[in-house]
Design a protein around this ligand. Structure first.
Ligand SMILES: *[C@@H]1O[C@H](CO)[C@@H](O)[C@H](O)[C@H]1NC(C)=O
Ligand SMILES: *[C@@H]1O[C@H](CO)[C@@H](O)[C@H](O)[C@H]1NC(C)=O
Ligand SMILES: *[C@@H]1O[C@H](CO)[C@@H](O)[C@H](O)[C@H]1NC(C)=O
Ligand SMILES: *[C@@H]1O[C@H](CO)[C@@H](O)[C@H](O)[C@H]1NC(C)=O
Length: 235
C-alpha cells in the first residue's frame, strides 16, 4: 500500500490549504474513500476508483465507477457511458490500463462498431500507446499493408485485417472505401505492442485482450468532484 501514500498526502495538502476549517468533518469522511478495496483481480483500489452499489456518494468520481467485480476477472469500469476492463492501475503514476469491453471477447464485435473517446477532460490517452486500425469486410483485392495482418477470427466478414498506424491519409481512405464492414482505430500500450510484435504469426487469431494506457489528472478529478459543488452549496 506504499503507493497510495503520495495520493493521501496530496489530498491533505489540497484539503488543508484550500478548504475552510468547517470542512474538517467532511474531510474525515472523505478519507474513507482511501480505504483500499479489491474488485475482481485488482487489489488495493482507492479513490478516484469506487464501486457501484457500495461506495458512499462522496467517493463517486465520474469516470472511475466499477460496475462489476468478478473473481479472477478484470473489473468492469464505466467511462463516459462505455464499458471497459480495468486491467491494471498505477496509482502513483496516475495512470490505468484499460481494454475496450466490446473487443474483450472478440476483435470482431457485432455491428455497430465504433471508435471510442474518453469523454472527460481529466482523462487522456497515454502518448506511449500505439494506434492500430481494424478494417472489416474488405474487398478480396485488398491485402493488409506492411506491419499489418489478417484477422482470421472475423468469420462474419470474409476479409478483415489490422494495420499498424496508417497515418498516411490517402492509403487509409483507399482501404476504408474497399471495406464495407467499416474501420475502427484501436490503441494498445507499449508492452502489449511489443508482445504482439514477438508473436506476429498469431496476431490475427489470438484473443486481443489488450489494454491501452490512460492517464488521469487527479487535481482535475478533484475539481470536478469536490471543490466546485461544495463551494456552491456553501454560498
Ligand atoms: C508508475 O508510474 C510511475 C510514474 O510514471 C513510474 O515511475 C513507475 O515505474 C510506474 N509503476 C509501475 C509498476 O509501472
Ligand atoms: C473511426 O475513425 C476513423 C478515423 O477518423 C474513421 O475513418 C472511421 O470511419 C471511424 N469508424 C467508425 C465506425 O466511425
Ligand atoms: C493515436 O491516436 C490518438 C487519438 O486518435 C492521437 O491523439 C495520438 O496522437 C495517436 N498516437 C500516435 C502515436 O499516432
Ligand atoms: C500495458 O498493459 C499491461 C497489461 O496488459 C500492463 O501490465 C502494463 O503496465 C501497461 N503499461 C505499459 C507502459 O506497458
Amino acid at each position: 500500500m506504499k503507493h497510495t501514500l503520495p495520493s493521501i498526502s496530496f489530498i491533505h495538502l489540497l484539503l488543508f490549504v484550500h478548504l475552510p476549517i468547517s470542512y474538517t468533518q467532511e474531510n474525515a469522511n472523505f478519507m474513507q474513500c482511501f480505504d483500499p478495496f479489491p474488485c475482481g483481480n485488482v487489489q488495493n483500489l482507492v479513490f478516484p476508483f469506487w464501486r457501484e452499489g457500495s461506495s458512499p456518494e462522496f467517493c463517486q468520481a465520474q469516470g472511475f465507477g466499477l460496475t462489476k467485480c468478478e473473481e479472477d476477472d478484470p473489473p468492469l469500469i464505466s467511462i463516459g457511458g462505455h464499458e471497459f476492463r480495468l486491467v491494471s492501475v498505477n496509482q502513483s503514476g496516475y495512470s490505468m490500463t484499460i481494454a475496450r469491453g466490446d473487443l474483450w471477447e472478440t476483435i470482431c464485435p457485432p455491428p455497430p462498431i465504433s471508435n471510442i473517446t474518453l469523454g472527460y477532460p481529466f482523462l487522456g490517452f497515454s502518448p506511449t500507446n500505439r494506434n492500430f486500425t481494424f478494417f472489416y469486410g474488405c474487398d478480396s483485392s485488398v491485402a493488409p499493408p506492411r506491419g499489418g495482418g489478417p484477422m482470421t477470427e472475423c468469420t462474419q466478414w470474409s476479409n478483415s485485417f489490422y494495420a499498424d498506424d496508417i497515418d498516411d491519409g490517402s492509403s487509409y481512405q483507399q482501404f476504408r472505401q474497399l471495406c464495407r464492414g467499416g474501420a475502427i482505430q484501436v490503441q494498445i500500450n507499449q508492452s502489449n505492442f511489443e508482445q504482439l510484435r514477438r508473436e506476429a504469426e498469431n496476431l490475427g487469431s489470438v484473443r486481443w485482450r489488450l489494454g491501452f494506457d490512460v492517464v488521469y489528472d487527479l487535481p482535475d478529478v478533484f475539481c470536478g468532484k469536490l471543490w466546485v459543488p461544495r463551494f456552491e452549496h456553501h454560498s
